[in-house]
Design a protein. Structure first.
Length: 245
C-alpha cells in the first residue's frame, strides 16, 4: 500500500508538472504568434491570440495546431483605390489546422472562419458626400446610415429644392450584399424626394453605392453580411491563411 501511495503521489506530481509546462509553452507560443501577426499586418496594437486544445505539447509534437483564435480590434482595411481606409471592428476568427515552423516564424491555417463589424459611419465613407442634381432644381445626398430593422439599412437622404434644404431627410430602406469583398448597399424601394417624382436611375445614383474591403488579415475574405444595430455584421472565411511568415 505504501508503494502504491508513493506511485500515486509521483503520478500526481508529474501530471502537475506536465500541465504547468504545457501552459507555459502555450503562453509563449501565443505571444510569438501575436508578435509575428502584428508585424506582418503592421498592426498598431498586438492582437489577441489563443491556442485552444489540451495538451498543447502533443499538438506541437504533431506539427499542427488544432484551433488558433485571433482577435483584432480596429483593423484598418484598404479600400479599392487605396485612397482611404475603413475600420473593421471586433474581428474574431478561428484558424483550424495551423502548420507552423519550430520558432513560429511561419504559420499557415488550412481554414478560417470568423466575424466582424463595420460601423455605419465607416460604411458611409463610400457614399458621395457632395450633393448631386437629380432633377432641375432638385439635389440630394446621403447624410446618414442606421439600423432599419429586419436586416435592412435606413439610408437618410438630404433633399434640397430650389436651393432650400428640406427640414427632414427622406428615408430609404436598403439591403446590403457582398460579392468579391465588395459591400453593396441598394435601395429596396424609392420614395419621392420632396414630393417630386424622379427617374429611378437618377435617384439610385445617390442611394446605391459600394465599398470594397481589401487586404484583410492573412487573406481572409468577406463571406456574408447583415445590417445590425451598430453597423453591418460580417462573416469572414478563408483557406491557406497566413498568420506569420
Amino acid at each position: 500500500m505504501r508503494a502504491l501511495r508513493i506511485l500515486l503521489i509521483t503520478v500526481v506530481i508529474l501530471g502537475g508538472l506536465f500541465v504547468a509546462a504545457d501552459r507555459l509553452a502555450v503562453h509563449f507560443a501565443e505571444g510569438e504568434v501575436a508578435d509575428r501577426l502584428k508585424s506582418r499586418e503592421n498592426l498598431a496594437e498586438t492582437p489577441d491570440v489563443s491556442i485552444n486544445g489540451f495538451p498543447f505539447l502533443t499538438q506541437v509534437a504533431g506539427g499542427e495546431l488544432d484551433d488558433v483564435e485571433v482577435g483584432i480590434d480596429g483593423y484598418e482595411a484598404a479600400t479599392a483605390d487605396g485612397s482611404e481606409q475603413v475600420r473593421v471592428d471586433d474581428l474574431r476568427a478561428h484558424m483550424k489546422g495551423v502548420d507552423f515552423s519550430g520558432d513560429f516564424s511561419s504559420a499557415t491555417a488550412a481554414t478560417a472562419k470568423g466575424t466582424a463589424t463595420i460601423a455605419y459611419d465607416e460604411l458611409l465613407k463610400a457614399a458621395d458626400p457632395q450633393p448631386a442634381d437629380v432633377a432641375p432644381g432638385v439635389n440630394a445626398r446621403i447624410v446618414g446610415l442606421s439600423d432599419g430593422g429586419n436586416g435592412k439599412i435606413d439610408v437618410a437622404v438630404e433633399v434640397t429644392l430650389a436651393g432650400k434644404k428640406l427640414p427632414e431627410p427622406a428615408h430609404v430602406l436598403s439591403s446590403v450584399t457582398v460579392r468579391n469583398n465588395r459591400l453593396g448597399v441598394k435601395a429596396d424601394n424609392l420614395p419621392e424626394l420632396g414630393g417630386v417624382t424622379l427617374a429611378e436611375s437618377r435617384i439610385r445614383e445617390i442611394t446605391d453605392f459600394q465599398q470594397t474591403i481589401d487586404e484583410l488579415p492573412g487573406g481572409i475574405k468577406l463571406d456574408k453580411v447583415e445590417a445590425a444595430a451598430d453597423g453591418v455584421d460580417i462573416t469572414v472565411r478563408g483557406t491557406n491563411i497566413t498568420l506569420a511568415g
